[in-house]
Design a protein around this ligand. Structure first.
Ligand code: 5RP
Length: 226
């Protein structure tokens, strides 16, 4: 319950980054769901924005609240994206993809002038890697990529949805890769990007402009370089 309150507090704090007339990237996951709910309330009270959701689930929630949505084809430049994270380190490097939406999330983040991350206090870590790093792979390449990631030292689990492999919105698989502490996230990001069959990985480095971390009743604002 404390986490829920922190998620709401972080989501509420992100609203001050949203202005009338903007194109807003809409994140995925439970913290983003709080943000979408609050954004819907602002839209009902007259805020005019267009949203670009990062997952089918967030798109459904936005539609149910009457938030106007658009596409990257119509708006390839986004003013602000608000999204959650699974881990945030002191350099504002992130692990994302716990909800399986990392591919669209990273594309939307890369098209955004500002990326505002909202998180409860459990997401703040000194070193990334306690959370299994999600890596999206095309189905054909699953076994090959899994072996290569195991050689790098990770325990790799193919994400499941009941008795079947979990499928992303883009119809790919997710490998959850448990490295333990990731000493050099930049190097690992390059190694993963270089593997044929890897569509995207959940390391978001140098992307966050601001991280809003709720801790009890207060929300810390951490500023990135971007
Ligand atoms: C989805 C994500 C989410 O932002 C991340 O998993 C955090 O989720 P939650 O807010 O539910 O803790 O990256 O792909």
């Amino acid at each position: 319950m404390a986490n829920e309150r922190e998620k709401e507090a972080a989501a509420r704090a992100s609203l001050r980054f949203i202005n009338d007339g903007q194109v807003i990237g809409i994140g995925s996951g439970s913290t983003s769901a709080c943000f979408i709910q609050m954004l819907g309330e602002r839209v009902k009270s007259g805020l005019r924005i267009r949203g670009i959701p990062t997952s089918d689930l967030s798109a459904q929630q936005a539609a149910s609240l009457g938030i106007p949505v658009t596409t990257l084809d119509e708006c390839p430049e986004i003013d602000v994206t608000v999204d959650g994270a699974d881990e945030v380190d002191p350099q504002l490097r992130l692990i994302k993809g716990g909800g399986g939406a990392l591919l669209r999330e990273k594309i939307v983040a890369s098209a955004s002038r500002q990326l505002v991350i909202i998180a409860d206090s459990t997401k703040r870590v000194p070193v990334l890697g306690k959370f299994g790093l999600p890596v999206e792979v095309i189905k054909f390449a699953r076994a090959v990529v899994q072996k290569k990631i195991e050689v790098l030292g990770a325990r790799v689990i193919l994400r499941q949805n009941g008795s079947k492999p979990y499928l992303t919105d883009e119809n790919n698989y997710i490998l959850d890769c448990h490295f333990g502490e990731i000493a050099d996230p930049e190097r690992l990001a390059r190694q993963l990007s270089d593997m044929p069959g890897v569509v995207e990985h959940g390391l978001f480095i140098g992307m966050a402009s601001v991280v809003l971390v709720a801790e009890g009743n207060k929300v810390d604002e951490l500023r990135g370089r971007r």
